[in-house]
Write a protein that binds this ligand. Structure first.
Ligand SMILES: Cc1ncc(COP(=O)(O)O)c(C=O)c1O
Length: 369
């Protein structure tokens, strides 16, 4: 008997997430020097981890023979202090991806529905399908979540409604007022899952703490993979009612966040100067990329996160042309946006190099502003 015959129903239909190719792989494939490759494909922080986080990670390695703190006490306490929330209102995950999966473990099963934007972060759909539930994809307006249409898509079977703000891959954010309106309008059997992976790039992130306190079913998620530069260590957290957090704690692995990651994240949170520097560099990088790509002739949406969205005609061809020249961006055909690429905002040097290469590709393909 084949393994495939032994597998659970649904495994065969489960879509597979396609991550951006690692630098070493691209270097080998194209005969390039890995140190000359810029990866602008996965919305990572081009400035790396903060020096304080790296020092804390080094220290933590010395006790790597011990299991980590299964309750992430220090990290939870640091987040609680920074965000002005109770420690019992927080759960830490192996990246916020794991937290999305925990929501599935706790709340999803066949017959139930999850409402999401049609071009929202793809993991919402993957997790929904993993638990046999049905994704309900709501068309977006001007690349942003249409919260009224999402509210209208809620049925008796809906359990979760995901809004990423700013959204990946489009970069568009919803306002605090409209998020609050949505939170307050949802029926009791639906949890609004607000994914704030890029919230630190906003001038002022929406604050739904009052709604959580008032008993609205709102759950907010954040990550250390973006502005804190710790994508490789896998740490994220969720904030919500203690009753919800207790349920999520039940369905996680006992030691889901490793010790090095906990130490690095705790220190990264306290390195405000690094966060400020990344935010301000990101702002100027965005302006540089938008102006440069528009000047070449590619309509570009700057968004409010750490990437821009550009209409390059054929996203896959553009991606391949750049990859051969040592620049990795993300083609958006899997999101139904075949004309687009998503470009992570890099360092100043990386942004300028991307524009040089994009100009050359545009000339070869006859694009002009
Ligand atoms: C909207 C959104 N949510 C969550 C994540 C996942 O973050 P993590 O690295 O914490 O799993 C990403 C990563 O790109 C994202 O874009």
């Amino acid at each position: 008997m084949k393994y495939a015959e032994l597998a659970n129903a649904g495994v065969h239909e489960q879509p597979v997430y396609e991550p951006g190719k690692p630098i070493e792989y691209v270097a080998q494939e194209y005969g390039l020097d890995p140190t000359q490759i810029a990866k602008l494909a996965s919305n990572e922080n081009p400035f790396g981890p903060s020096p304080k986080a790296m020092a804390a990670a080094q220290m933590a390695l010395k006790t790597a023979h011990l299991y980590p703190d299964g309750s992430c006490c220090q990290l939870r306490s640091a987040i609680a202090e920074l965000r002005g929330v109770g420690e019992d209102a927080l759960i830490i995950g192996n990246g916020s991806n794991e937290i999305i999966e925990l929501l599935g473990h706790a709340f999803l099963r066949p017959g139930l529905e999850v409402v999401m934007g049609a071009q929202a972060f793809i993991v919402y759909k993957l997790i929904t399908k993993l638990f046999g539930a049905t994704p309900v994809e709501v068309p977006m307006v001007d690349f942003g979540h249409d919260l009224k249409a999402m509210r209208a898509a809620v049925t008796e079977r809906t359990r979760l409604l995901f809004v990423a703000s700013p959204n990946n891959p489009t970069g568009v954010a919803n306002s605090e007022a409209e998020l609050i309106e949505l939170a307050e309008s949802l029926p009791e059997h639906v949890i609004l899952c607000l994914d704030e992976a890029y919230a630190e790039y906003l001038e002022q992130a929406p604050d739904l703490r009052a709604q959580v306190h008032a008993g609205c079913k709102v759950f907010c998620m954040r990550t250390f993979s973006k502005i804190y530069g710790l994508g490789g260590l896998r740490v994220g957290y969720g904030y919500g009612a203690p009753e919800l957090i207790q349920l999520l704690q039940r369905v996680r692995q006992p030691f889901n966040v490793n010790a090095v990651a906990q130490a690095a994240a705790t220190s990264a949170l306290k390195d405000d100067a690094f966060v400020q520097m990344c935010r301000s560099e990101n702002e100027s990088g965005r302006a540089c990329l938008v102006a440069g790509l528009e000047a070449i002739g590619y309509p570009t949406l700057g968004g409010q996160a750490n990437f821009v969205l550009s209409n390059v005609g054929d996203g896959t061809a553009f991606f391949q042309a750049l990859q051969q020249r040592g620049l990795i961006v993300r083609p958006l055909a899997p999101y139904g946006m075949a004309a687009y690429v998503r470009i992570t905002i890099g360092t100043e040097a990386e942004n300028l190099r991307l524009l040089d290469v994009a100009r050359e590709v545009a000339q070869n393909t006859g694009v002009s502003a």
